[in-house]
Design a protein around this ligand. Structure first.
Ligand code: TNX
Length: 555
């Protein structure tokens, strides 16, 4: 224990010495239990090895390799990854043979001067524990070039597991195409905060981003636009590229959820395939900024059949490339659809998904129709909807949610007034929208999934707590350009997608991640923002173009 300097001891008398308080590691999301120990911590050196204890889980060794690769750029060390504990040297031990009671993602982490041990029940929990471990090292560990160190792992005992098993982030690659490298970079950044699901919004009015071999026009025509861009080239993921993203996400223990949006948000499809239109004539590709402008033709039996066979081809292709259990069928914003037309879409799309053994996801509007057993609805309503529950002004959104609850659906919570990463932080934010008002960090943090559709009088919940699968932040990209209060006049207003993404995501995604991971009892905005304040230095070291929000006490 360091001796407190004269004159400094009193300020931290309650928690111990100054050195101890200053060293308290700031883990985000907050672990279930964290005890900060005294002592010098573990000194990571060029002699340290990463020891993965042998187990039946073939993915565990990969977590060791991942950790060694994570530590290499800043330390300059090439740490050996071993399966037998080297005698006489200190090691970071990754043990996947922990008790089943840890669950798929839980872990314990013990660090002291003699070593670090992460214990989990399989590889996935080890991977989550490794994300905590990196946060116990100095911020410079995130640097992409060699830094001097020293590399001390703070001494702690942590025992941790997630509140929810679904903790997602959505990327709107339809409005703004993300090059492969930028999508991978985003996956890595989200993994730092224990996000385990990547929802790709692959299709919308402004673009179709996934190659469907049997329908080449979907990409030759449908991928020729973005929000604010058109012509010259096409922007989409080939089947091989999509599978590369799925595999990259899997290596970060992240499941990809592909979204094929419909029956609205379909201009790109309507421009590519003539018989999806009532007049059997393809529309022009759309590169504007509006929503609620399109609908598959579902007004006669022939067109319902056309749409159904189109969706079957698309969903079969996407399902075959997607090892994860979900296909997201959209369902949002269809002002022109009659309920018969809407139901025809849901019936065709869900039949195609369930035929391939996929669990259906959809925006909460999908709940107005008959949905398959075990479907997951994604709530994107807000406090105004909540306020109408049980009143004569009850919104349709609430009625759709109720209908989904009656069908025993589960829910992922993406309340748009908290979890929409495309909302501006404040009036100075260059990008994004503000139809939900501004979403500063405090608002991104200040909500509870169990009450995000609850009755305002507290007499019960519209969505029972045990039907909440988790949370998801949504990075829409309809306004991924500077000066977004006006329509853009020049492509120079469009930053690289990663610049937009990182500005809107950091610091807010860590807030959503903590809502999804940490027990409700730990939620405290002041504590959270004080912890997160120390992560700015990590993002700087990593080269993340984050927004240094003025309401965070960055240190
Ligand atoms: C609403 S939320 C949409 C998107 C827009 C977003 C912009 C939802 C399911 N649909 O089409 O991109 O608002 O904030």
């Amino acid at each position: 224990l360091a001796t407190p300097l004269p004159g400094m001891a009193t300020a931290t008398a309650a928690t111990g010495s100054v050195a101890e308080a200053a060293a308290a590691p700031a883990v985000v999301p907050q672990p279930v239990s964290q005890t900060n120990l005294t002592g010098s911590g573990f000194a990571l050196t060029a002699q340290t090895s990463v020891n993965v204890v042998p187990s039946g889980d073939p993915d565990a060794a990969g977590v060791g390799t991942y950790l060694a690769a994570l530590l290499a750029p800043a330390t300059g060390y090439t740490l050996p990854v071993t399966s037998t504990s080297p005698s006489g040297s200190q090691a970071i031990v990754l043990d996947p043979n922990g008790p089943a009671s840890l669950g798929a993602e839980g872990y314990t982490l013990d660090s002291s001067s003699t070593g670090v041990t992460v214990t989990a029940y399989g590889a996935q929990g080890l991977f989550r524990g490794v994300q905590t471990l990196r946060q116990l090292l100095p911020a410079a560990i995130e640097s992409t070039s060699v830094k001097p160190g020293p590399w001390t792992v703070a001494p702690v005992q942590i025992s941790d597991s997630p509140r929810y098993s679904y903790r997602g982030v959505m990327v709107d690659v339809a409005r703004r195409y993300f090059p492969m490298s930028q999508l991978k970079r985003y996956i890595d950044q989200a993994a730092m905060y224990k996000i385990n699901t990547l929802h790709l919004h692959l299709t919308d009015d402004q673009g179709w981003r996934i190659a469907i071999g049997a329908i080449p026009s979907l990409t030759t025509v449908g991928a020729s636009t973005q929000s604010g861009f058109t012509g010259g080239t096409t922007w989409y993921y080939t089947a091989a590229e999509y599978q590369e993203i799925v595999a990259y996400a899997k290596s970060r223990f992240m499941t990809v959820v592909p979204e094929i949006d419909g029956p609205g948000h379909t201009s790109a499809a309507l421009a590519s395939v003539a018989n999806l239109n009532c007049n059997n004539t393809a529309i022009s590709p759309y590169s504007g900024f509006d929503v609620g402008i399109s609908l598959y033709c579902l007004s006669d039996a022939q067109h319902v059949s056309n749409v159904s066979s189109f969706l079957t081809t698309v969903i079969d292709t996407v399902a075959a490339m997607t090892p994860g259990p979900y296909v997201h069928l959209g369902g949002d914003e269809t002002p022109q659809a009659t309920s018969t037309q809407y139901n025809a879409y849901v019936s065709a799309a869900t039949a195609a998904a369930t035929a391939k053994g996929k669990t259906v996801m959809g925006w909460h509007q999908l709940g107005q129709s008959t949905i398959p057993a075990n479907s997951i609805m994604q709530w994107w309503g807000d406090a105004d909807d909540r306020a109408t529950i049980g009143t004569s002004n009850e919104t349709e959104d609430i009625q759709f949610v109720r209908n989904a609850v009656q069908q025993n659906a589960k829910f992922v919570m993406s309340p748009s007034d908290h979890a929409y990463l495309d909302m501006k932080y404040d009036s100075s934010t260059p990008y994004g929208l503000s139809w939900q008002g501004y979403v500063p960090l405090s608002k991104a943090y200040d909500w509870d999934p169990t009450t995000s559709t609850a009755k305002p009088n507290g007499t019960g919940s519209l969505v029972p707590a045990d039907k909440i699968a988790g949370v998801e932040a949504a990075l829409w990209a309809d306004r991924a350009y500077a000066g977004s209060n006006q329509l853009p006049t020049s492509t120079s207003q469009f930053p690289e997608p990663y610049v937009y993404a990182e500005h809107m995501t950091f610091p807010r995604l860590p807030a959503i991640a903590e809502i999804g991971w940490s027990p409700q009892s730990t939620h405290n905005y002041t504590d959270f923002s004080n912890r997160l304040a120390t992560h700015g230095a990590r993002w700087t070291a990593a080269g993340i173009a984050y927004y240094a929000a003025p309401d965070v006490p960055w240190s």
